[in-house]
Ligand binder design. Sequence first.
Ligand SMILES: Cc1cc2nc3c(=O)[nH]c(=O)nc-3n(C[C@H](O)[C@H](O)[C@H](O)COP(=O)(O)OP(=O)(O)OC[C@H]3O[C@@H](n4cnc5c(N)ncnc54)[C@H](O)[C@@H]3O)c2cc1C
Length: 591
Amino acid sequence: MAAVKNSLPRRQFDVVVVGAGGAGMRCSLQLAQAGLSVAVLSKVFPTRSHTVAAQGGVSASLGNMSEDNWYWHMYDTVKGSDWLGDQDAIEFMCREAPNAVYELEHFGMPFDRNPDGTIYQRPFGGHTANFGEKPVQRACAAADRTGHAMLHTLYQRNVAARTQFFVEWMALDLLRNDAGDVLGVTALEMETGEIYVLEAKQTVLATGGAGRIWAASTNAFINTGDGLGMAARAGFPLQDMEFWQFHPTGVAGAGVLITEGVRGEGGILLNKDGERFMERYAPTLKDLAPRDFVSRSMDQEIKEGRGCGDGSYVVLKLDHLGAETIQKRLPSIREIAIKFANVDPAKDPIPVVPTIHYQMGGIPTNIYGQVVSVANGETTPVNGLYAIGECAATSVHGANRLGTNSLLDLIVFGRSAGNHIVESHPERQRSHQSIPESAIDFSLDRVNKLETRTDGEKTQDVGNAIRMAMQHHCGVFRTLDLLNKGVDAIESLAPQVDSLYFKDKSKVFNTARIEALEVTNMIEVARATTKSAANRTESRGAHALNDHPERDDVNWLRHTMWFSEGSRLDYKPVQMKPLTVDSFPPKSRTF
Ligand SMILES: Cc1cc2nc3c(=O)[nH]c(=O)nc-3n(C[C@H](O)[C@H](O)[C@H](O)COP(=O)(O)OP(=O)(O)OC[C@H]3O[C@@H](n4cnc5c(N)ncnc54)[C@H](O)[C@@H]3O)c2cc1C
């Protein structure tokens, strides 16, 4: 039964936040505490957002274990990003980090403690003291359940601040007026199948990552890139979508994540000869080199015939840490290894392979989280739209993210976007602007076509085809030939997405409808990724191209901007100038 636009129920809020992960809830907390009316939408119960699965920690130069400072953290992040990160945003994040973490501590987040009562910190890949001299302990941890502790803390605080949660609501499309301002979203109440118009003076996208466009992923099944799809369909660019991080240690065959915290605690990677091969690739940081580096080294070992078992994986050894440390610091890892790899890591090593994990690119924003549009190299903030967390490219991670910098990104920029909205609230839009019917029509037509189609492509088939195409064409090592074939494969699937069909038309909690809508978002992310990747003829961070193995700062020290219409590309300069300190100029990246 098709919905009719005039009869759509409407609700009005000061702010609609799409996404109840760490980013969305850190932002909504700031807003609700300031007295704004805030709606937070989530496809799942808030505390089931993917942030809950974050294991290893959140970075901040607290210096609890040894000397540390934000400037070293900034250097590591710039270098980790392979100089594609914007240095103003990176300075902002690293400076704010200690405050943002102490704030969480004061909210009641149950961090692990040192004997003197300070927050426990562990080493993580690419985080160093004194500009790369040696690993530093910077990751603030709650055992191997840091995201769980963070998300529950934020949820409780939001409940206390009277944030209004719309649980199991799926946002469908952004609503814009002729001036291009964003005025809210259309959204599906999953329980009833009803579509609503949610009017907002400000809309915040916090929809998380899209790792589920690959077949093997550490991501939650809900990570289908909905916010990216919404932005792309509304005409906004997606930035740096060629950069996706493979996490070195997904359980072989299962994809489930084994935190880098294992290596932080002293775990090591071995090949079939029992050799600690990372010593050869990264003599200083060894197993704690950044993720792109370690993933490629593992891939190399496997390709050169030094993989373990059937030759398709390497192993992660941690039994030498002792059963007691494993139980205290890494209890969930032990459980995951037993359940998904059938090994007890207190006795035997865990089989691991690089697995897609994190998107560095996303919806472009400034340091206040305002989405920016790009024309002729100039960026302008979009009225009424913010993006934060993994769906945003702020860009602090550039071409490669350092572990534990994402949880940090969520709380720093979630807070910063919240503050910016609160500060600009009084002088902006005292009442809601009227939403053009055509904007609502566009969204409704999309859904109605899906609802009324009686024949076409099965959602599962098209979804699988996208996941397999990405898996095959966009791996740890890439070639232009493979990437171009990937562009063709994905573009040839786009028409199939336009004729998706599902048999069960019932309204109440119809997951077939939801999956189909998710696939319409996945295709945008896959198109952006393949097109941007096939275009960048250099190797930088996570984008490793066999045909062009070197970084090319002359031609490629710039952000890619992809537009859905015509799969058009544009560029934006990298912000090399930090806020207050001197710039870190590009140099070669060895560890
Ligand atoms: C297994 C794993 C372990 C990790 N460990 C760490 C770590 O130790 N340290 C670290 O720094 N980073 C880690 N990361 C990365 C980090 O956890 C994520 O980048 C981060 O949690 C993303 O947070 P977010 O708030 O942006 O989105 P998420 O937490 O993914 O939340 C997204 C929200 O958006 C909602 N949503 C999505 N689409 C819609 C829609 N259409 N309508 C309504 N709601 C929608 C979802 O329901 C959800 O509430 C890890 C990631 C994974 C997968």
